[in-house]
Design a protein around this ligand. Sequence first.
Ligand SMILES: C[S@@+](CC[C@H](N)C(=O)[O-])C[C@H]1O[C@@H](n2cnc3c(N)ncnc32)[C@H](O)[C@@H]1O
Length: 275
Amino acid sequence: MVRYDPSIYRGAAVHYRYGRPAYSPRLEALFTEELDLDGRGRLLDVGCGPGILTIRLAHLFEEAVGLDPDPEMIAEGRRAAQEQGITNITWVQAQAEDLPGAAPGPYRVVTFGQSFWWTDEVRVAEAVYDMLEPGGALVLIVHTVEGRAVPPSPGPPPIPHAEIKALVQKYLGSTRRAGQGIAPVRTHRFEDALVRTRFGTPRVIFAPGIPDLVRDSESVLSGYFSLSSSAPHLFGDRVEAFANEVRELLKARSPEGLFWDWPGDTEVVLALKRG
Ligand SMILES: C[S@@+](CC[C@H](N)C(=O)[O-])C[C@H]1O[C@@H](n2cnc3c(N)ncnc32)[C@H](O)[C@@H]1O
């Protein structure tokens, strides 16, 4: 049983779109090819955050629903969709565990971008199974570095993650934090949860990540503030002191203030409902 803590991403939403690297540029093509999309049907994006996948994928469907329990995330998603003139998205503030009631089906595709692990996985996947059209798909998406070939740097130095993490530890302690407690330790893969559901064993596909992503220092800092383990609220009144130490470190490592970010390839776990 997973209990939702509403403070896990407190203060993080405004940093998210600016600070997080994008998924593979091939994601839309992969969806269209693998899921036989033809513009019809509905998408549900669960744990949508500021609508990263919802906004990217909405045009592949008649309608999309972005669902997240964090009101700041939903507000960012709504704002970004408005800015981009996207009008076929409905935003729902709710937890995955509130499905199906919070956003009733049917859906052609249900996505979770870096969010499935926050949920009561088996129970939520079973609820999603009932909400999908026959032949529909549950799709779990994450960045994966481990085991993937690292491309060469386009020039700028890599983000000094080890040194920034050491600063996070200096301020927050060595135990990884999340919300009011410590971050859950994950000991299983998505496949291990899905195999215990009616979906059975999923298929795993990798789409190539962006090899030459260059980001500035403020976006690197925002990336850290967008994480539950270093969200602004955790630093209390020392948040500016932390930000300034990160800025000094980044300036020392790259006087131009530019860094190469290798987020990894985009791992796409596809679980189909039998047609
Ligand atoms: C790392 S963000 C992912 C945002 C976006 N989907 C992406 O691909 O970048 C994780 C999101 O999961 C949401 N979340 C946490 N617990 C949840 C739950 N029980 N049900 C649904 N969403 C949840 C958080 O509020 C947060 O917005």
